[in-house]
Design a protein around this ligand. Structure first.
Ligand code: ADP
Ligand code: MG
Length: 250
């Protein structure tokens, strides 16, 4: 199958592979600029839910953007399900921090969630009934189907977070990168996010959740990745490191 947003063919995952395999990654925001991530290694097995923990400016969002192919890679490489980034965009969804979204943009909740389906649509192709149904299913999962026709400018902080998660669920990706989904939301939304993480895990999917705070007692995560000043600190998960094959396509 050929996905419309790029000219690369959909490639089946390597069944033996890690969900995410990063070796020696160095990333900066400009070609000559300071590295925002340095010599970063990470192996995440399929089906695990990991916390990405670090203070402001540690490099959490930078790591997510690099995994999505939004930043130029200066050193090292990233493989997703054993494949290189360009083969796997549709398998990864990045949920940005809600503070980074323009909530005044004139669009309804349903339309925003349908955007999660765009990886499956061709250029200028309108969403099909099945895309609308997927979007509504995600809204139902986040208990906000009743908000479908509301403008996104009229949402509370917790509702905004639920809408972003619904958009991520609608994409039906296998690797979810959630940027501070627990930040500045009400207790009910926090609990719902925790429930969604359990569901994601039950479906055999993989998630990384950026957070400032990690409570080992929570039991929500399989392990933690600690980040400071763009460098990995220590690990909370023991797993087999796989050998990195290098990225052989552009
Ligand atoms: P976190 O998400 O952990 O708060 P970030 O990944 O946003 O941290 O930032 C990591 C580093 O990258 C910081 O030093 C930050 O100043 C820098 N940075 C983030 N965004 C940009 C950008 N758009 N341009 C240049 N530098 C950036
Ligand atoms: Mg951030």
């Amino acid at each position: 199958m050929r996905f419309p947003y790029c000219q690369h063919r959909h490639t089946l995952p390597d069944p033996e592979s890690l969900a995410l395999d990063i070796k020696g990654l160095g990333v900066s925001y400009s070609t000559e600029g300071k590295l925002a991530l340095k010599d970063f290694d990470l192996s995440v097995p399929v089906g695990s839910i990991m916390a990405l923990v670090g203070p402001n400016g540690a490099g959490k969002s930078t790591l997510f953007k690099a995994i999505c192919g939004l930043l130029p890679i200066r050193t090292g490489g990233i493989r997703i399900f054993g494949r290189c980034l360009t083969e796997c965009h549709h398998r990864v969804v990045y949920l940005p921090q809600k503070s980074r979204i323009d909530w005044q943009f004139p669009v309804s909740v349903l339309d925003l969630v349908i955007m999660g389906r765009y990886v499956y649509l061709g250029w200028f192709q309108r969403p099909k009934l099945s895309d609308i149904q997927e979007a509504k299913k995600a809204l139902r999962e986040m208990n906000i189907l009743d908000l479908a026709n509301r403008q996104i400018s009229k949402l509370s902080g917790g509702q905004q977070q639920r809408v972003l998660i619904a958009r991520a669920l609608a994409q039906n990706a296998d690797l979810l990168l959630l940027d501070e989904p627990m930040n500045a939301v009400d207790t009910a939304t926090r609990q719902l996010v925790a429930d969604v993480l359990h569901k994601i895990k039950d479906q055999g999917k993989t998630a990384i959740v950026a957070t400032h705070y990690y409570d080992q007692q929570e039991g929500r995560y399989d392990g933690a990745i600690f980040l400071r000043d763009g460098q990995r600190m220590r690990d909370g998960l023991t797993h087999q490191e796989s050998s990195h094959k290098g990225c052989d396509c552009e």
